[in-house]
Design a protein around this ligand. Structure first.
Ligand SMILES: *Cc1c(COP(=O)(O)O)cnc(C)c1O
Length: 397
């Protein structure tokens, strides 16, 4: 057996590859330079153009671009009217922002457990956590796979809840043939560089509800408006504007919006390549008893943002951290998505206890994220598979 790099052997990759990486080409560079040479660095025409483009891609009636995905979630909670005393149900297996957005509004996130095969929030667990304070659900399309939207929408209808879909991972994904972004009451995206499409930093909220759209626009810009129809008093002249709510400065610049437009033009090729890589990984890992492959519901045509190995620890004489260290030593950039949100000291101090969501907790112990990004070559993918096989063969019981 070949010596593991962890023990001084030759690593499979000469140089470390990341678990995710942006893909920027010459057209992206030109798109940014064009804005820098123009008149509007912010609040200009690129913003509207990018919003129109996202409406076309998702089929949503409205898009509001904001400074990042966290701001998008905050804005969505604000528009849904979340406030002190309310509860909002979300998954523990997500980035902290999916729950923090509820705290920003003075409300309480309530965690519902995941389905152990798909890793997405389990609709039956959602229903168990509903109280008379529940106002909304933040459902995260974890790794890019759409949540069980029919079942969750049905719950929202029966209990009169707003559905916010955190689509930070799922741009390009379709549920029953319909793009994510036009299905929930509001859907948010993130354009952080590790995500499928990037604007450097950036976020978006898609909605087809006019009331939400108005609140989102106000929230992005201090609660201030010049819109004649929204003014509460009579306009005093051309300079006149009013603050009719309390918002923030969550605007996206035209520099970011222009990069976003250029990136969105590549969404189809990004999606195609990600699907190819996932197919190669699945084929290799389905044959290995040390690995459990993430299940997909047939309704989701998934553009995968993250590829996760679930270690079948019963077959191994090492834990997740040893396997992680061994893969890192082979120069494979790994990560773990995610530490359950309520494990963090901040949440623990607010009264959340471990044991709340056993499926998510058990899964967390077994997960390792391996590289998945657009410009990985077939050779790269084969080498990652080789390294996983090499490491797991060593630690097999
Ligand atoms: C990245 C991410 C966010 C936050 O997006 P930012 O643009 O980094 O603020 C929210 N939710 C999930 C699930 C994410 O992965």
């Amino acid at each position: 057996m070949e010596k593991l790099a962890l023990f001084g052997g030759k690593p499979i990759f000469d140089k470390k590859i990341g678990y995710g990486h942006q893909y920027i080409d010459e057209s992206d560079v030109q798109a940014v330079v064009e804005v820098l040479k123009g008149d509007f660095l912010t609040c200009g025409p690129k913003l509207e153009e990018a919003e129109k483009k996202l409406c076309e891609i998702t089929g949503a009636k409205h898009t509001v671009l904001v400074s990042n995905g966290t701001a998008a979630l905050h804005a969505a909670c604000y528009a849904a009217g979340i406030q002190k005393g309310d509860e909002v149900i979300t998954t523990p297996l997500t980035f902290a922002a999916s729950a923090n957005c509820v705290l920003y509004c003075g409300a309480r996130p309530v965690f519902a457990d995941i389905n152990p095969s798909t890793y997405n929030i389990d609709p039956q667990e959602i229903e168990k956590k509903i109280s008379n304070r529940t106002k909304a659900i933040v459902a995260v399309d974890f790794t890019g796979q759409a949540v069980e939207l029919d079942a969750i929408k049905d719950i929202c209808k029966r209990y009169d809840l707003t559905l916010i879909e955190d689509g930070a991972h799922s741009i390009g994904t379709k549920y029953k043939g319909v793009p994510v972004g036009s299905i929930a009451d509001m859907t948010t995206f993130s354009f952080h560089p590790v995500k499928t499409v990037t604007a450097g930093e950036g976020g978006a909220i898609m909605t087809s509800n006019d009331k939400f759209y108005k609140k989102l626009q106000l929230f992005r810009a201090h609660g201030i408006t010049r819109n004649e129809e929204w003014l509460e008093n009579v306009s005093e002249g051309g300079w006149y504007y009013e603050q009719i709510g309390l918002g923030l400065n969550y605007r996206m610049t035209d520099i970011q919006a222009s990069l976003l437009i250029s990136q969105l033009a590549k969404l189809d090729i990004f999606a195609k390549r990600r699907k190819e890589i996932v197919t190669m990984y699945n084929k290799a890992f389905e044959e290995m008893s040390e690995i459990i492959v993430q299940k997909e519901i047939p309704q989701s045509d998934t553009v995968r943002h993250l590829y996760l190995l679930q270690l079948n620890l019963e077959m191994l004489n090492a834990g997740r951290s040893e396997i992680y260290n061994a893969l890192m030593a082979e120069n494979i950039g790994c990560n773990v998505h995610y530490i359950p949100v309520y494990y963090f000291p901040y949440y623990q101090k607010s009264g959340y206890e471990k044991g709340l969501c056993p499926n998510a907790e058990q899964l967390y112990e077994r997960l390792i994220t391996i590289p998945l990004y657009y410009h990985m070559t077939d050779e790269d993918v084969k080498k990652v598979i080789l390294a996983v096989k090499k490491v797991l063969a060593y630690f097999r019981k």
